[in-house]
Design a protein around this ligand. Sequence first.
Ligand code: HEM
Length: 141
Amino acid sequence: MSDDPSSEQPSPPLSLEQLAQLLPGTGEIMASVGNAWWKCAYAARSGNWELAAYFARRVRGLQRKLAQIRPKYADDLVAFESEHLSPLLTALGSHNGPSFERIYATATDKANELHVKWAKPYIRWVLPDEPPKDLELEPER
Ligand code: HEM
């Protein structure tokens, strides 16, 4: 056996099924959703509306990706976007903290209801009581 990579046979192309196996799973995407959702709240509470909107758009983008790769969740994700994420972005755009808090709490309840619906009642997302430490939350003056 040679260690020279140039002497190896080229690998056969991956099948679509093999490529599909490499896509992130729902749990991996949702872990990123939870992280962005946490940071969104603390950015908004610091009055950093741009950062909060950035994280709300991250949640939207991750959920749109999930709807593509796991179509069985698509209807719930589309409804969650129009009923919760869009109004949340509107509240952030108008720097309306009280409205943001109301929509955020209702959206979190809805997410946890959907976890029950999709047979994961033990996944109950809660906002950590600590702000993230890896970001400057205060807006630039
Ligand atoms: C902001 C809203 C949401 C948050 C913060 C959130 C958070 C989470 C978290 C932290 C997990 C566990 C991830 C892990 O395995 O590490 C999870 C799982 C899950 N979430 Fe969400 N979620 C949200 C919205 C939704 C929505 C709208 C749906 C609609 C279908 C959904 C469906 C699921 C499902 C099916 C799982 C189980 C994943 C699996 O089967 O591996 N979630 N979610």
